[in-house]
Write a protein that binds this ligand. Structure first.
Ligand code: GTP
Ligand code: MG
Length: 548
């Protein structure tokens, strides 16, 4: 079947593509010794950034600047893997390594929020296990058709200035940038889906049995470890009934300690419902072989060792084996503790069909195995979702006066800050205080004017004050603007725009009173060039409708 697909592809491919593909396959094989045995792929997923929040103001008759109405940026696209039974290899993933979702659109004036970007779904065959490449931790497994796994979360859109409106601060000139989308390398692996996994000593006749029972043509030779790639074969039992067989190579003495190749393969047969243990009747001591393999299995993987086994004594066409067949069968039944023992000859196919029929029935009554629970990590979180606002402060004695602050939350906040808006900078300063970073820096001996580095941003340390990086002319403007607004003194004193860490509900939940006075109906407008005449004077247009 695999060859058919390959031939069809081949016709369509240009020679150039073909050689490129072969080259890349060769490269992958070399880079990753596991590749040639399993279907694996590495992909880089990059979710879209959130759109930027907008700073805009309403137009008001007789006054150039009305209330803030900058909308929120849209959410960036997320990336999912989705199980599609129509696929049976990870080949497509190896051809497109980088997958990227789009950014959310920016917010606009008139409280128009930017549209969110579409999510992207990457199709993978059922049985695909997803790991974070860096940590090799399992993020999840896609088993059933349509099952989805979020692997990179799109960034949240930044809030527009309308969201920062308070009773006192009626004209906030700040907005957030969108949250950057998550990005990571994934290692994706397809677990083989077989009903029956073969195991046994090298040379026991596993490959011969696979060939006898199915159309698979594995390598067969009279020396140990002929099979180094797991071979799958389907035994056709007629009327649509089939049995998927897997010839597992390399389960040998020492495999659980890493000798041979046993260790690397076995996790791929964890889904087999039944193990078929092939015992070589021509071996000096078949019972000893049988016990060695089971001991190996036990040490390697208890989960596999608990699977029900069917045991066959192979090579009964050989006269010496025939001679002691009864004795060996009896000993095997004793060793196994059950009666699922059969004598066959893979070479002459004697009783192979009977074996397959029995296996089919036996497999049918086995429950679909629950795979062992692998330790899972959660890839569905964006930076701001992490429960921890922990931070770490690093300093190097050879660079006095320089401090690096590390922390998922504060770094993400730094990325979302619009540094060109002084108020946004000020807000970031308050976050440093709220998280206790300023206090901790002071405690560690940071002095006024020290260099503080967060992510790619540098600041001067100025505890209790807003950032000194604000250009003085901007500060002046700010001050004038603030003074021009009539402000109640007590309100001014209460000016503690409380910032709470996100997990306490601070990021998204905007105090209701911050929206006071602005309904859904937007009867204001942004100023545009044609709102002014040649002399720059404001022109009223007729179609302006006032409702309040
Ligand atoms: N006479 C006889 N020889 C057999 C029988 N089954 C397998 N053989 C021979 O035993 C040798 C090993 O067979 P394979 O099928 O390659 O054994 P294997 O278990 O796959 O061995 P590895 O892949 O090395 O682990 C070959 O020479 C086969 O021809 C059998 O039923 N009777
Ligand atoms: Mg073999």
């Amino acid at each position: 079947m695999a060859t058919e697909v390959f031939d069809a592809d081949k016709e369509q491919e240009t020679k150039k593509n073909q050689s490129r593909r072969i080259q890349s396959l060769q490269k992958t094989e070399k880079d990753d010794p596991e590749w040639k045995f399993f279907d694996t792929a590495r992909i880089h997923v990059q979710a879209g950034d959130g759109g930027t929040g907008c700073v805009a103001f309403r137009r008001e008759k007789g006054e150039a600047r009305g209330g803030p109405n900058g909308g929120r940026g849209g959410r960036g696209g997320s990336l999912y893997l989705i199980a599609d039974p129509g696929l049976n290899t990870l080949m497509p993933l190896r051809q497109k390594v980088h997958v990227k979702a789009r950014q959310g659109r920016n917010g606009q004036g008139k409280n128009r929020d930017g549209t969110s970007a579409d999510n992207i779904y990457i199709r993978v065959p059922p049985g695909t296990v997803v790991r974070d490449l860096k940590t090799q931790k399992v993020a999840g497994e896609l088993r059933e058709a349509g099952q989805k796994l979020l692997v990179a979360k799109g960034g949240r859109g930044g809030r527009g200035n309308a969201a920062f409106m308070t009773a006192r601060r009626t004209a906030p000139k700040l907005a957030e940038r969108g949250e950057p989308g998550s990005a990571r390398w994934l290692s994706v692996e397809l677990r083989l889906l077989a009903d029956v996994g073969f195991l046994g000593m090298p040379n026991a006749g596993k490959s011969t049995l696979l060939a006898a029972a199915s159309a698979a043509r594995p390598k067969i030779a009279n020396y140990p470890f002929t099979t180094i790639v797991p071979n799958l074969g389907v035994c056709d039992l007629g009327q649509g009934a089939g049995l998927v067989l897997c010839d597992i190579p390399g389960l040998i003495e020492g495999a659980s300690e890493g000798a041979g190749m046993g260790g690397a393969f076995l996790r791929h047969v964890q889904r087999c419902r039944v193990l078929l243990h092939v015992v070589d009747g021509t071996s000096e001591d078949p019972i000893r072989d049988f016990n060695i393999i089971n001991k190996e299995l036990q040490q390697y993987d208890e989960f596999l060792a608990q699977k029900p086994q069917v045991v066959v004594l192979n090579k009964i066409d050989v006269p010496e084996v025939q001679e002691r067949q009864e004795e060996l069968m009896e000993a095997l039944r004793t060793a196994t503790g059950h009666s699922r023992v059969l004598a066959i000859s893979a070479a002459t196919t004697e009783r192979v069909q009977e074996l397959m029929g029995r296996l089919r029935k036996f497999v049918n009554v086995q429950p679909v195995p629950d795979l062992p629970v692998l330790p899972e990590i959660d890839l569905s979180k964006a930076g701001l979702d992490y429960d921890s606002d922990d931070f770490e402060i690093q300093s190097d004695p050879s660079y006095p006066g320089q401090w690096r602050v590390l922390g998922e939350y504060i770094e993400q906040m730094a990325k979302m800050t619009h540094w060109e808006y002084p108020e946004a900078v000020e807000r970031f300063g308050r976050q440093l205080e709220a998280l206790g970073i300023s206090a901790e820096l002071a405690r560690r001996g940071a002095q006024d004017g020290d260099l503080i580095m967060i992510d790619q941003y540098d600041f001067d340390f100025s505890p209790g004050m807003t950032n000194v990086y604000i250009p003085p002319d901007l500060l002046e403007q700010e001050e004038k603007f603030a003074k021009s607004k009539t402000m109640k003194k007590e309100e001014e004193e209460n000016d503690q725009t409380s910032w709470r860490p996100f997990q306490e509900g601070g990021f998204l939940d905007v105090d209701v009173e911050e929206f006071v006075g602005f309904g859904e109906e937007d009867d204001w407008d942004l100023l545009e060039d044609d709102d002014f005449d040649e002399d720059g004077a404001f022109v009223y247009s007729d179609d302006e409708v006032w409702t309040s």
